[in-house]
Design a protein around this ligand. Structure first.
Ligand code: FAD
Length: 498
């Protein structure tokens, strides 16, 4: 068997350094790893909100969570608040983690649906420790010793400064032998069989490798410009194609959640960090021009503007193959979906782990490559459907953009999920798709997809039993939230930025 020897990572944004750090850590010197990046080109400079899976990535690297938070101006995240998505004036939180607890065969929301119809249930947010704590601006990490209590089940992610995170990971990677080469790649050379042979730097140096990891951002320097892999455009389902990001001064309260507020032709994010708040407007250029998008963004900052807006254009979709010949594309080079559910850094982490699990030898077996692409397609398509749901399930008809979203065709895979939930509140996680049943349930309900009926098995219990079951959950969660520390205090005590 001929083994790989040299791995070249092209690009040093979050994708490049996340890849370099994890490969160096896992491979322990087995391969020669080089990363090329260009300070002159720079990085995209956004990407600050995450989902809980990032903890696994940090754990794999052996990072200390408090040190990571200190070094990246981090804050904790319990979920995402969606404002004005279903209807103007309505909001809900998609909280991470479990909701209440199961009873018998059924999830908690089935009992809630029955009591809600009878006017005897509280708002659904009262049954999730993450959501109830978020609304009270409280935070603590789960206490594993309290497995019987909701406090044992708090699920958290982070907001952080993406530039500082990449720097942090760079230190980690370089300490484990990754060689960084500064400079612009000017060309990519292919072998006669179409595989990539080397890249040529602007100063003429030729860097050859066996495996190329394309982390060069939207342009896809190797996967697209050299290998002409092709791109699947999903703009007909997710019409936003531009973003504008701008930081503002930190304001109180220091919320432990991301906020996504629907605007006339897109939506605006708000991400609280220790030293500032990140903001951005994601919008559809077919429905609003840049000047009006900028005006809407700047009119809706809750602190003093700290910099000029960073303008970004994108096409939602993915490469037809994210692994083509001896090139694996990771990060924006692989594809992009808007940051509504903070999935991009997760997709990077997941691609790196998938690549490690399907690590090729120098023969690049086609079945291995096909399996990588199959798993990637499945993951992207399920995330895509989840994001589309936020747009499709809306009653908003106040602008052409929202009317378009409400009336647009959607993928059959999503149509099936909506129809199933709308009947009896059922949802099934397919294989290892990213979003859990709890995630789908919260977004369905938050977007106004209220099932016509509940699961018939609910009626095994009497109304008194059901009311008692829900009442207990609400009561216990209320008591837990009351004793949790405030988010700002918790951060100041455990991981203040250095
Ligand atoms: P980039 O950051 O663009 O890095 C590309 C690298 O390639 C750079 O180092 C560049 O110098 C190098 N390069 C390019 N060409 C050459 C060349 N010729 N020679 C040498 N080097 C070269 N993700 C989340 O998880 N959460 C979020 O909240 C979030 N928000 C986002 C908001 C917006 C508006 C956008 C567009 C994205 C967001 N993302 C988010 C996604 C996230 O920003 C990216 O997935 C992440 O930053 C990875 O980017 P990257 O490393 O692939 O690309």
């Amino acid at each position: 068997m001929r083994q790989l020897k040299r791995i070249l990572i092209v690009g040093g944004g979050s994708a490049g350094w996340m890849t370099a750090a994890l490969l160096a850590h896992l491979f322990q010197g087995l391969y020669e790893i080089t990363l090329v990046e260009s300070e002159q080109i720079g990085t995209i400079g956004v990407g600050e909100a995450t989902i809980p899976a990032i903890k696994k990535y940090n754990e794999l690297l052996g990072l200390d969570e408090n040190e990571f938070m200190c070094r990246t101006q981090g804050s904790f995240k319990l979920g995402i608040q969606f404002v004005d998505w279903w209807r103007r004036g309505e909001s809900y939180i998609h909280g991470f983690g479990v909701i209440g607890q199961d009873l018998g065969w059924l999830r908690c929301h089935q009992y809630w649906l029955k009591m809600r119809a009878a006017g005897k249930a509280s708002d659904f947010s009262a049954y999730s420790i993450n959501t109830a704590a978020a609304l009270a601006n409280k935070f603590m990490r789960a206490d594993p010793k309290l497995a019987e209590s909701p406090i044992g089940h708090i699920a958290h992610a982070f907001h952080f400064d993406a530039g500082l995170y990449a720097q942090f990971l760079r230190g980690h990677a370089e300490a484990r032998g990754v060689r960084r080469r500064e400079g612009k790649v000017a060309g990519v050379a292919l072998r006669a069989d179409g595989f990539v042979e080397s890249v040529t730097m602007e100063d003429g140096e030729v860097i050859a490798a066996d495996l190329f990891v394309d982390c060069s951002g939207f342009r896809g320097l190797v996967i697209e410009e050299a290998l002409k892999t092709g791109y699947e455009d999903w703009t007909h389902w997710l019409p936003c194609d531009r973003a504008m990001a701008v930081p503002c001064a930190r304001t109180e309260p220091f919320t432990p959640y991301t906020r996504a507020t629907a605007r006339a032709s897109g939506w605006q994010w708000r991400i609280p960090l220790q030293h500032r708040t990140g903001n951005g407007h994601v919008y559809a250029s077919r429905f609003i021009d840049d000047a009006e998008a900028e005006a809407q963004l700047l009119a809706n900052l809750d602190g003093a503007q700290l910099a000029e807006p960073n303008r970004i254009r994108f096409t939602t979709g993915k490469r037809r193959k994210t692994w083509n010949r001896n090139c694996v594309a990771i990060g924006l080079a692989a594809g992009f979906m808007e940051p509504l559910e903070s999935t991009s850094l997760y997709l990077i982490q997941s691609a790196i782990i998938r690549m490690v699990r399907l690590l090729p030898d120098a023969g690049f077996d086609p079945a291995t490559i096909a399996e990588f692409n199959r798993q990637t397609d499945f993951e992207y398509e399920r995330v895509r459907d989840f994001i589309i749901l936020h747009y499709k399930a809306t009653e908003r008809d106040d602008t052409p953009f929202w009317r378009h979203c409400r009336d647009m065709e959607i993928p059959g895979t999503l149509r099936r999920k909506i129809d199933l939930f709308a009947a009896n509140g059922r949802v099934f996680r397919e294989d290892d798709e990213l979003f859990t049943e709890e995630s789908w349930i919260q977004v369905f309900l938050g977007q106004g997809v209220i099932p016509r009926n509940y699961d018939p098995l609910v009626d095994i219990r009497s109304d008194v039993q059901v009311a008692q079951f829900l009442g207990n959950i609400e009561n216990v969660i209320g008591k837990c939230v009351a004793v949790m520390p405030g988010h700002a205090d918790y951060v100041a005590k455990t991981c203040p930025a250095t």
